[in-house]
Write a protein that binds this ligand. Structure first.
Ligand code: SF4
Length: 208
C-alpha cells in the first residue's frame, strides 16, 4: 500500500502523558471529519481543527511504501535510545496498518497513534490516544489516554469515564476564545480530579 503523508518531522511531543519526549511526528494526509478546506469548516463534523493535514507537500511529505516510510522516520530520529514515532493526521486510522507498524517496530520504534476514535485502532500499537469530537460516534473506546479538547458543547466528560483508558486528559481548545477555554479547563479539572490538564507545550515553546 502507498501511504499519503502530509509531513514528517522531529520534535518534542507537546501534549498528553508523553509530553516532553523526543518524537518523530508522522502526519498522514486526510481526515474523515473535515476536508481541511476552510470553506467546508462550518459544515464539518469537526470544526475546531488546528492542523494542516491537506496534501502531501509538507516537510518530508509524499507517497511512501511501508519500508521506505519507516526508513525515512528512522533517518529523522537519527541516534538515541527509545525511539518514538507519533502517527497522527488528519485521521491516521484511515491509513495506518500492520505492515507499517511492523516496519517501524523492526527499527526499534515505540509506535504511538493519535486518533479521533471513529475508526478502530490497528493492533500492535504501543500507545493509543483518542480525542473524541462532539456529535461523532466513537467506536475506539479503549487505549492509553483519552484527550478531550475542552470545552465541547454536547459532550459530557463524566460519561466518558466508563471507557477503558489509563489516563483522562482535558486540553484547552486552541481557538479565538482561548483564555476562556483555559479557564474552563482548569475549573473542570479542579472540580473533577480524575481528569488531568494537558497543555499544548510545543506551542508555548515555539516548536512545530
Ligand atoms: S478529527 Fe482531528 S484531524 Fe480531523 S478535523 Fe478534527 S481535529 Fe482535525
Amino acid at each position: 500500500m502507498s501511504y499519503a503523508v502530509n509531513e514528517i518531522f522531529l520534535t518534542l511531543q507537546g501534549e498528553g502523558m508523553q509530553a516532553g519526549r523526543r518524537a518523530v511526528f508522522l502526519r498522514f494526509a486526510g481526515c474523515n471529519l473535515w476536508s481541511g478546506r476552510e470553506v467546508d469548516r462550518a459544515a464539518a463534523a469537526c470544526r475546531f481543527c488546528d492542523t494542516d493535514f491537506v496534501g502531501t507537500d509538507g516537510e518530508n511529505g509524499g507517497r511512501y511504501e511501508a519500508e521506505a516510510l519507516a526508513e525515512r522516520v528512522a533517518a529523522l530520529w537519527g541516534e538515541g535510545d527509545r525511539p518514538l514515532v507519533v502517527v497522527t493526521g488528519g485521521e491516521p486510522m484511515l491509513q495506518l496498518d500492520a505492515p507499517l507498524i511492523d516496519a517501524l517496530h523492526a527499527r526499534g520504534f515505540d509506535v504511538a497513534m493519535e486518533s479521533n476514535g471513529t475508526l478502530t485502532a490497528a493492533a500492535g500499537l504501543d500507545w493509543v490516544c483518542i480525542s473524541p469530537k462532539s456529535g461523532t460516534e466513537v467506536i475506539q473506546r479503549a487505549g492509553d489516554e483519552l484527550k478531550l479538547v475542552w470545552p465541547q458543547e454536547g459532550l459530557d466528560p463524566e460519561a466518558l469515564l466508563g471507557w477503558d483508558f489509563k489516563h483522562f486528559l482535558i486540553q484547552p481548545m486552541d481557538c479565538a476564545e482561548g483564555e476562556a477555554a483555559i479557564r474552563a479547563s482548569i475549573d473542570y479539572v479542579m472540580a473533577h480530579p480524575r481528569w488531568r490538564l494537558s497543555l499544548q507545550t510545543h506551542k508555548l515553546l515555539g516548536l512545530p
